[in-house]
Design a protein around this ligand. Structure first.
Ligand code: MRU
Length: 338
């Protein structure tokens, strides 16, 4: 299979590797991901994460397995297992729908490879276009707040919301720590450091007081799924930021590629939300070790994502350009407009 390298995916010598996002930033460790059970485990443990990257890694694995001689039935089974690996991000389903079409072709090994590589290339271009469209909205000297990680680690390209921020590259950005899994504190802080973009890390609960002090000019987040009415599912804590931004009259932008749009999902209530293990809330674990601070057996509620209603969003920055609230209300994301 053709070699390939992005910030967090690598195909070389007929192997698929992922950059272990649980080990970052302490350690830059590449892990093999060349069978379905392994990749599903990497997705469950967030070693592979970010809506676009999950879809791309699953597509590349299918292409690789086809190159290694897996027959159509086995590939179909693999596709279904991968499809169920994470319920909220729709990029995975969208990418695998395209792979399914390639699998139906006579020359499916070649078709799957070509389609997976095309998806990677397209994602890079989508990110570039989002960054261009979004950076035009960033006023000079803006202090931006972002949540979770939406950069090169989460995509094949420069990222979505973080791609906008990196391109705009102005002084003074705030990065939410992003409890419980700390994608902001571990990954976004690491990526911005690598890019030389200045930032200050805050605990999630500090955003409100910063906004009250006039220290945040705009909030930029990514998305795991955008419903037809404009509601957005994204990392837990996004909704709180949207409510806070609305109260403080701060623009709140969502940056995402077309692959994140689910025109057949009518609204946020119809988006399945992944529930995760209690241990992520009762303590913390990583390459630095593990600690538990809550009493053993503490009752826990741990949804990985929340839904921000369209009414709190100032603009949806897609690779096709900026979509306004008025356009969304007029049906820009409706199934018949696709
Ligand atoms: O659970 P994660 O870390 O995969 O959650 C990621 C997010 O919520 C991102 O904002 C989203 O997937 C977009 S990544 C370009």
């Amino acid at each position: 299979m053709q070699t390939l390298q992005t910030t967090s995916l690598r195909v070389s010598e007929n192997q698929l590797f992922i950059l272990d996002q649980q080990a970052l930033p302490q350690e830059k460790r590449w892990l093999a991901a060349d069978n379905v059970a392994l990749l599903v485990d990497h997705i469950h443990t967030l070693r592979v994460r970010g809506a676009p990257l999950i879809g791309l890694s699953a597509s590349l694995l299918l292409a690789l397995l086809a190159q290694r001689g897996l027959n159509r039935d086995a590939l179909q089974q693999a596709l279904e297992t991968l499809r169920a690996a994470r319920p909220t991000a729709v990029n995975l389903m969208n990418n695998l729908d395209r792979m399914k079409q390639a699998l139906a072709r006579e020359d499916y090994p070649q078709a799957l490879e070509a389609e997976a590589l095309r998806l990677v290339e397209e994602d890079k271009q989508l990110c570039d276009r989002i960054a261009e469209a979004g950076s035009a909205l960033v006023k000079p000297g803006s202090r931006l707040l972002t949540h979770c990680n939406t950069g090169g680690l989460a995509t094949a390209g420069v990222g979505t919301a973080l791609g906008v921020i990196a391109l705009a590259h102005r002084q003074g950005k705030w990065v939410d720590e992003t409890r419980p899994l700390l994608q902001g504190g571990r990954l976004t802080a690491w990526e911005l450091g690598e890019l030389g973009v200045p930032y200050q890390l805050i605990a999630d609960s500090m955003a409100a007081s910063l906004m009250a002090q006039g220290q945040v000019d705009a909030v930029w987040v990514g998305a795991d799924r955008i419903a037809a009415n404009g509601d957005v599912a994204n990392k837990i804590g996004t909704y709180s930021l949207a409510v806070l931004a609305h109260y403080h009259q701060i623009p709140f932008y969502v940056a995402a590629p077309q692959t994140t749009l689910d025109r057949h999902c009518p609204n946020g209530a119809a988006i399945p939300i992944e529930q995760r293990a209690a241990a992520e809330v009762t303590g913390v674990a990583g390459s630095f070790g593990a600690v538990q601070w809550a009493p053993t057996g503490a009752a826990v509620y741990n949804p990985a994502f929340d839904v921000t209603p369209a009414g709190l969003i100032s603009g949806w920055v897609l690779d096709s350009g900026v979509v306004t609230p008025a356009q969304v209300a007029a049906g820009a994301f409706a199934p018949d407009n696709g």
